[in-house]
Each structure stands twice: as C-alpha cells, then as structure tokens.
Design a protein around this ligand. Structure first.
Ligand code: PGA
Length: 250
C-alpha cells in the first residue's frame, strides 16, 4: 500500500513574511489530512523557518535542489548534508526547470540523486517530456532515458524508498494539465520500467504527478491507479488550495 505524498514546490517565490503565513496556514488545516503525507520545498533560505514551524508536525520539508558535491569551492551551492542539518527529509532532483534553464543533464541529475541518497535524503526524481517530444511520440523514450541514467549510475536498489515525479514539461505552470488518462499511461509505463529491474521496488514506488495540478483537477488525477500524489507548484503557494489537494490525496 503506497501512502500518497503531496509536495509543494514553492520555486522562487515568497518573502519571509509570506513564508511564515503560508506555513501557519498549512499547519492550521492539517487535521483532516491523516492518510496522505504532506511536504513543502521552500527556497533554501526559508528552510530554517520551515523547520522552526513544522518540527513536531506531520508536515515534512525539503530542498528544491542540491549540489552534487559534498563540499569545497563551489560558490553558491548547497550540499545534501547541509539540507540534512536543517531537518530536510526530501529534495527535488532534476526538476525540468533545473534541466532546461540551468543545463542540468541526466548525468548531473544522476550524480545529485546519488548525493541525496548518500546523505540520507529522499530524492524526488523529476522526469517528463517536452511538448515537441510528446508530439513526436517519444514520451516513453524520454522518460525511460531519464530513469535509466539514474539506475545505471546508482543501481536499482538506490531507488528503493525514493520518489518519482512525472511532470510533463508542457503542463508545468501553463495551466495545461495532462488528462488523467495521459498521466496514468506514463505513470504505469514508469512502473513497468522499474519492474524490469525489481518488482518490489516498482510496486512500492510513489509516483507523483506534477504540472498544473490544482483543486479542480486533483481528485480525478489522484484517482488513477498509478498516481500516488502530486508535486504542486503554483497551487502550493496558497494554503487553501494546497490543503484541498492534500485532502483529495487523503
Ligand atoms: P505547477 O508546477 O504546479 O505550477 O505546474 C509544478 C512543478 O513545477 O513542480
């Protein structure tokens, strides 16, 4: 039985004041969410605030990114162990914005995945195709390739306990959501790819959907057999919307 996970990816948004307010709002509405796990990924600098407010609550927190390196002359980077120091449980790895805007290729993403695991963080590995790739009918090849680099680098057992987020790039922040059927098909495909290596890991893997998930479409998406939660961007910046997605996963 896979426990659903709803994770908020706050991206580059908010101030200290709005972060405090959002955290308080989420905490206040959690009583009804008992079966789904909830996590938030604030900008790095607000992680101590998340820790201060969420410690002892049922909400976990995590980073949106991490360095593949452990320490050294890497200006501006944050390591996995630094995230651990501030109580992070999760970290996003290979978000499409990192891949496309910051040139992170699959090899670097695999290295970051390994660094996260090494430090005891749970990586949320993001995969997904661009619009042209879907139009060319190569969605499965793209997703399989993104998974394969991580499996080749770290081995299938490294995926034990990790989380995968399927986020079609064309659906992120665009208001265009994959239909429940489109999303389910890719989620089932991802699980089948994992099953080629290890049935138990495939069966236990939580595969989240991300890309314009909101209260209006969450119920239908989350009802799909292979959709085990959501990675939420825009709708996670509003406590009421975020909580309503958490309740849909519940
Ligand atoms: P969105 O972002 O919900 O705003 O589409 C999702 C994500 O990028 O993780």
């Amino acid at each position: 039985m896979r426990q659903p996970l709803v994770a908020g990816n706050w991206k580059l948004n908010g101030s200290l004041a709005s972060t405090k307010e959002l955290l308080a709002g989420i905490k206040a509405g959690l009583a009804e969410v008992v079966n789904a796990e909830v996590a938030v990924c604030p900008p790095y600098i607000f992680i101590p605030e998340a820790q201060a407010q969420l410690a002892g609550s049922s909400v976990a927190w995590g980073g949106q990114n991490l360095s593949a390196e452990t320490s050294g002359a890497f200006t501006g980077e944050i390591s996995a162990s630094m995230l651990r120091d501030f109580g992070c449980k999760y970290v996003l790895v290979g978000h499409s914005e990192r891949r496309t805007l910051y040139g992170e290729d699959s090899a670097l993403v695999a290295k970051k995945f390994a660094a996260a695991k090494e430090a005891g963080l749970i990586p949320i590995l993001c995969v997904g195709e661009a619009l042209e790739e879907r139009q060319q009918g190569i969605t499965e090849d793209i997703v399989a390739g993104q998974l394969a680099t991580v499996i080749d680098q770290s081995g299938i057992t490294a995926l034990d306990g990790a989380v995968i987020a399927y986020e079609p790039v064309w659906a992120i922040g665009t208001g265009m959501t994959a239909t429940p059927e489109q999303a389910q098909a890719v989620h089932a495909y991802i699980r089948s790819q994992l099953a080629q290596h290890d049935n138990a890991i495939a069966g236990d893997m939580r595969i989240l959907y991300g890309g314009s998930m909101k209260p209006e479409n969450a119920v239908e998406l989350l009802a799909q057999d292979d959709i085990d939660g959501g990675l939420i961007g825009g709708a996670a910046l509003n406590a009421e919307n975020f909580l309503s997605i958490c309740k849909a996963a519940n």
